[in-house]
Design a binder for this molecule. Structure first.
Ligand code: SF4
Ligand code: SF4
Length: 543
C-alpha cells in the first residue's frame, strides 16, 4: 500500500454531498488508507478464533468459508437472545436523525454510512430481512435486505470505522448505543475470520504473555529499571520497584503502552515517583501486565478471558486491592464488566487509601481504583507537596477519553488534578468535552499506520477543538488519562495542530511533585529544562 501523503488542507475539504442513489443501492467501496490489514492466521489460531486464512480486503474474493451466511445468521440469533440491548437496538430507532452529525468519522469523512443511524441500519436491514415478519414479506419497503457478500463487506468496512466511542448515544433520545451494535457486528465478523491484525496481534500476545506488546517478564523489569535510572538522574532519588511481590497491599496494573513508547513512558515514570513519595506498599505484576483489553474489540468471551488474569494475579499475590493506571477502554472493561465476568472478587478488600483513609465506595465491588481518583484524593487531603510553576512552560487543555468520561463519569478528577499541578489550564469548547467529548479517532484497535486517512479524518473534530484553544490561548499540551490517546493523539496533533504535545496527567503531576530529599530539579520528565532553569548545561551534560 502506498504511503498516505494527503496534506491537512486537502483532507479538511470534506465532501458532504450524498451519493445519488439510495444507500442500499450504493455498493461499498473499500478505499486504501481507510482500513486495517487483516489478522494473521497464527494470531487467530493462538486464541482459537475460527476460519483463519489468508485474505485481502481489496480482493474481490474474500475466500469466505462454505455456509458463511448461515454462520452469521445463527450467530446473530444467538446474540439477539443473549443481549437484550442488542435486540432492543435492532427495533427501536425512530430515525429522527439526532445522532446523524455527531460521529467524528462522519464529520471528518462526509460519508453517510458513517452516520450512526446509517451504520446501525447496515445491520438492522439484515435483521429485518431475516428475523421480522414485515421484513421477510415486504423486503426493501420495510427497510430489509438479504445478507450478501457485498453487505458483509460493507459491515466489515464500516464496523471497523466506528471506535465504539458512544458519543452518538449521548444525543439519541432513546439512548441507542451504536458501540453495542458495532461490538455485535465485529463479533459476527470474527466468526468468519474477518478480524484485523492490529487487534488480533495484541490479543494473541496478551493471551500468551499477559500484555498486548508480548513483553516478557524480564523485559518489563528491565524497562521499569531504565525508568528508575532516569528518575534518579532527574531527582537524585533511587526508586526500588517491586515485581510479583506476595503480600503487597496494592497490585498496580496499567496498560503496557505506558512501558513502551513516549509519551506514555513519562506517565509511567510519574506513577513511580508518586508511589515512591507516598511510600506506597505496591507491586507490579509481570503476569497481569496489561490493563487494556483488545479482546473487547473481538468477542465478549475473549475480553473475559484476557481480563481474568487481573483478579487471578490479585488472588495469587494476596493483595488487598487494585490500583489502575491511566487508560480508556481498560476502565470501561474494569468498571462495567470485570465484576460480573470474573468476580465477585470477595477475596479482596474494599479499597481504602492508606494515606488519607478515604474509602472508594465506587470501587466497592470491583475493588479497583483509577489512579486519577486516587491522586485527586491525595491532593484534596494535602498529602502532596506540589510546585505548579514547574509546569509553567505548558499551556494545557484536557481531552476526556470516551471511555472514562462516558463510560465511567470521571470528569472532575482529572481537571482537579491538572489545576493543582499547572497554572495554565484552558478548556476546549463545551460541546467537545466531558460527556460530549470527541474521540481521538483511532480507538478500538484502529491505531494502525495503514489506515492513516481514516484516523486523521476521525481525529479531525478533536483536533479542531484543540486548534481553537491553541490559536486563542496558545495551548501547547493536550493532557489525557488514556494510553491509547497518548499514542493516537500524538499523530493527530502532528498532522492537524503541530506544536501541541500530548501528555498523561501523571506526567504533569510528576513535574510538579516536590519529593522529599530530591536534588534541585532543573529538568522536566522529558529531560527538557524546567521554566527558569534553561541553560543549565552542567546538568544537561550529565544526563
Ligand atoms: S459509537 Fe462513536 S464512532 Fe461509533 S457511530 Fe457512534 S459516534 Fe461514531
Ligand atoms: S438519535 Fe437514536 S432514534 Fe434518532 S436516528 Fe439516531 S439512533 Fe435512531
Amino acid at each position: 500500500m502506498a504511503k498516505f501523503t494527503v496534506k491537512p488542507n486537502e483532507l479538511s475539504k470534506i465532501n458532504l454531498i450524498p451519493p445519488k442513489k439510495e444507500w442500499m443501492d450504493t455498493p461499498v467501496e473499500i478505499k486504501e488508507h481507510m482500513y486495517c490489514h487483516p489478522a494473521k492466521i497464527k494470531e487467530l489460531n493462538v486464541v482459537g478464533f475460527p476460519n483463519a486464512r489468508e485474505w485481502r480486503p481489496a480482493d474481490e474474493d474474500w475466500k469466505l468459508p462454505a455456509g458463511w451466511e448461515q454462520t452469521i445468521l445463527e450467530g446473530m440469533q444467538s446474540l439477539l437472545k443473549k443481549y437484550r440491548s442488542f435486540s432492543l437496538f435492532m427495533d427501536i430507532c425512530v430515525r429522527c436523525g439526532a445522532c446523524a452529525d455527531k460521529c467524528h468519522f462522519y464529520i471528518g469523512s462526509g460519508d453517510p454510512k458513517n452516520m450512526p443511524v446509517l451504520r446501525a441500519e447496515l445491520m438492522r436491514s439484515v435483521y429485518r430481512g431475516n428475523f421480522t415478519l414485515a421484513g421477510k414479506i415486504l423486503k426493501k419497503i420495510a427497510g430489509a435486505r438479504d445478507l450478501t457478500v457485498n453487505v458483509l463487506k460493507e459491515w466489515w468496512y464500516y464496523f471497523y470505522q466506528c471506535t465504539e466511542c458512544r458519543r452518538c448515544s449521548v444525543f439519541c433520545p432513546y439512548g441507542i448505543d451504536q458501540a453495542e451494535i458495532t461490538m455485535m457486528g465485529r463479533e459476527l465478523l470474527n466468526l468468519l475470520g474477518l478480524n484485523i491484525g492490529w487487534i488480533a496481534g495484541p490479543v494473541a500476545a496478551c493471551y500468551m504473555k499477559g500484555n498486548h506488546l508480548g513483553l516478557e517478564p524480564h523485559t518489563i523489569k528491565s524497562t521499569i529499571e531504565l525508568f528508575v535510572e532516569d528518575i534518579e538522574t532527574l531527582t537524585g532519588i533511587k526508586i526500588e520497584p517491586s515485581f510479583n511481590r506476595k503480600g503487597a497491599e496494592i497490585l498496580f496494573v496499567t496498560p503496557s503502552g505506558d512501558l513502551f513508547a513516549n509519551p506514555g513512558t513519562y506517565t509511567a515514570m510519574g506513577y513511580m515517583m508518586l508511589f515512591q513519595e507516598l511510600g506506597l506498599d505496591y507491586t507490579w505484576s509481570t503476569y497481569a501486565s496489561e490493563g487494556g483489553n483488545f479482546g473487547f474489540f473481538t468477542t465478549n468471551e475473549m475480553a473475559k478471558r484476557l481480563n481474568s488474569k487481573i483478579y487471578a494475579e490479585a488472588k495469587r499475590l494476596g493483595v488487598k486491592w487494585i490500583l489502575g493506571g491511566e487508560c480508556g477502554h481498560m476502565w470501561r472493561v474494569l468498571h462495567q464488566y470485570m465484576d460480573t465476568w470474573n468476580g465477585p472478587a470477595d477475596f479482596l478488600e474494599e479499597p481504602v487509601s492508606p494515606l488519607t483513609g478515604t474509602k472508594f465506595d465506587n470501587a466497592k465491588t470491583t475493588k479497583m481504583v483509577h489512579i486519577v481518583e486516587f491522586t485527586a484524593d491525595l491532593i484534596k487531603n494535602g498529602k502532596l507537596k506540589l510546585d505548579k510553576s514547574r509546569n509553567d512552560h505548558l499551556k494545557v487543555t484536557f481531552h476526556d477519553s470516551c471511555n472514562t468520561s462516558r463510560g465511567m463519569g470521571i470528569l472532575e478528577e482529572p481537571r482537579y488534578v491538572i489545576n493543582n499541578v499547572c497554572n495554565h489550564f484552558y478548556e476546549m469548547p463545551e460541546n467537545t468535552i466531558r460527556e460530549k467529548t470527541f474521540c481521538c479517532g483511532s480507538g478500538t484497535g484502529l491505531n494502525a499506520s495503514e489506515n492513516m486517512e481514516l484516523r486523521m479524518r476521525g481525529g479531525f473534530p478533536r483536533a479542531n477543538a484543540v486548534k481553537h484553544v491553541h490559536d486563542k490561548y496558545g495551548v501547547n499540551m493536550l493532557a489525557n488519562i488514556c494510553a491509547i490517546d497518548r499514542a493516537t493523539l500524538s499523530a493527530a496533533m502532528d498532522y492537524w495542530v503541530p506544536g501541541v504535545g500530548v501528555a498523561g496527567t501523571h506526567e504533569l503531576v510528576a513535574n510538579a511533585l516536590v519529593m522529599k530529599g530530591e536534588k534541585e530539579r532543573t529538568l522536566d520528565i522529558r529531560l527538557e529544562p524546567l521554566p527558569g532553569k534553561e541553560g543549565n548545561e552542567e546538568v544537561s551534560e550529565n544526563v
